[in-house]
Design a protein around this ligand. Structure first.
Ligand SMILES: [Zn+2]
Length: 162
């Protein structure tokens, strides 16, 4: 039975009420006559896999999957896809290597201090960092787009004024 204070691990079943892994605001409960659960806040629908204690959000491809660990949902992962350290390292390198290169060049070959645009290399290094960082953030949002968009949409729907 669901209780407000969960101390013991609970297994995932149709009767329970669970936090929504998408918006982290609403609660998901089972839908009548369906082997699915829905969030009362963001309206996302999840299909259930009781044997594996998983829910799947099929409204996007590849589907996002969460696993119930007895207390909460684990990080979302894409069906048939794992994000390993290789991706993390690659995105880190993508952000820091160009920034470091430009920084090193700016440091080793500084423009003449009397030059009115001597600040450009430093601004350029900062811009490189920000642009590469935003590309990675954008890719991340694209991959996990539903959580962000569903959350924004749900927040808009909750606002009394449109
Ligand atoms: Zn939700």
């Amino acid at each position: 039975m669901p209780s407000s204070k969960k101390i013991l691990a609970t297994s995932f079943d149709y009767q329970g009420v669970y936090p929504c892994p998408v918006c982290h605001v609403g609660k998901i409960t089972s839908m009548p006559l369906m082997e699915a659960m829905a969030c009362e806040f963001c309206q996302q629908i999840f299909t259930i896999n009781l044997e594996q204690q998983q829910i799947k959000m099929p409204s996007r491809q590849p589907a996002l999957i969460w696993h119930w660990n007895g207390f909460s949902w684990t990080e979302a992962h894409l069906e048939g896809m794992e994000f390993g350290w290789g991706y993390m390292l690659a995105s880190g390198a993508f952000i820091f290597i160009p920034t470091a290169l430009i920084g090193i060049i700016a440091y080793n070959f500084p423009p003449h201090p009397d030059n009115p645009v001597s600040w450009i290399p430093y601004i350029w290094a900062i811009l490189t960092f920000l642009s590469h960082l935003s590309i990675i953030i954008w890719l991340f949002i694209e991959i996990y787009q539903i959580p962000v968009r569903a959350y924004l949409r749900a927040m808009r729907q909750r606002l009394p004024i449109r």
